[in-house]
Design a protein around this ligand. Sequence first.
Ligand code: SAM
Length: 428
Amino acid sequence: MSTSQVTPLTAEDTVDVSIASAPRDIGAVPDLLKDISGLWDKYDPAADRATRLPLLEKATALAQALETPRETMLKHVGAETASFYTLTLGIEVGLFTELAKNGGSPKKSPELSAALGFDIDGLRRILRHFAAMGHIVQTGSDEWKPNNFSKSLTIPIVNGGYPFYRSVCTAPLLHMHKWMKTKGYPTPTTGKDNPFTFGNQTDQSMFEYMAAHPYLNDCFNHHMGGYRLGRPAWMDPTVYPVQDNLITNFDTSSSSSDPVFLIDIGGNYGHDLERFLDKWPSVPGRIMLQDQQSVLDNVPATLGGGRIEKFAHDFFTPQPVKGARAYYLHHILHDWPDDKCVEIVTNLKGAMTPGYSKLLVNEHVIPSVGASWEATYLDLYMMFLFGARERTEDDWKALLEGKCGLKIEKIWNPGNGVEGIIECIVEG
Ligand SMILES: C[S@@+](CC[C@H](N)C(=O)[O-])C[C@H]1O[C@@H](n2cnc3c(N)ncnc32)[C@H](O)[C@@H]1O
């Protein structure tokens, strides 16, 4: 039986099998090597993203040009999948913590097996695959040490994504084709009838499901701290002018004796607010973190030096804190289809002082050409998990101005693959 019911190509269009075992584009290699050499000469650790990412892009193109379709295929269907699930297992049994002990000095399989209580045969074979894939380093026969990638897997905000994606996102992707086929290949548009609910055999939407699975919820919430690491943050002066657009005209004489400067709505463990206070420690006014109670329960009162007020709030109900200088939504609207986004924003609009309060929407603004994988992969997860999406500039205008009645003052774009700030007001 064929792998699919797709009608075969005609004889003239048939692709010759020889291309599957030849490099994908060997002719591109000389120019790519020259580009890489030139970019390496300009590499500057002080301008890491500006000089490293173009280099990485060319190096990836070089690896792809050299790799045969057969090799790519085997990585996709076997090697990378085996890596993902065994890396997750390794995280959960403490393998990477064990490897990182004593400064990450080389360790033999029997020593690791004894420390972990993990049968040596299976462990040795997993370690061998990790070394083959570049996840750890083999230092001798049956001897291993971690590299910076595997050392990072001891950090909760880096390793949390693995159990979350395995246990929450795998089943939706695994069964997505069946949901698609039964329904006639639609684009999912709701949080309740989509590959997530089908794959996980639940009638709960993703955040309801997460609240019912505390371990996975904690992993997800740590992952929220990890995905942003090392990238420009919205409050960096190179991204958004916090001083000029928020602090300078902050109204400290308003009705409240202690006015609110910034509320992070759906702010999770406060990753963004902590970063904000690191950069703007003497900002005036109150700083609030809103999320579901089940999330805030894990946030220590000492967050942000005790300056961050925790406030359980369901963003599908009216925002009770009125007239704040800024209401901030990071990776919230991308979780919801337009009709639900309208509900969330309408609940905020009622609290915003026209012409004064800002709504800062921190989301990808997908360009029409050359979208980054950092946005495209998320877009697919948003589709399959939530019936939602990452949005283009036109999508944002249609949603925030057209459907929500806000005025977009400006879209601040820090570069492809990093979320921008869509700065909105309610017109006075
Ligand atoms: C994708 S996460 C984004 C978290 C954070 N803003 C960030 O960028 O890392 C979405 C957040 O929305 C929160 N959330 C989901 N439904 C909510 C609701 N009805 N009311 C308030 N928060 C909610 C979740 O708990 C989660 O922290």
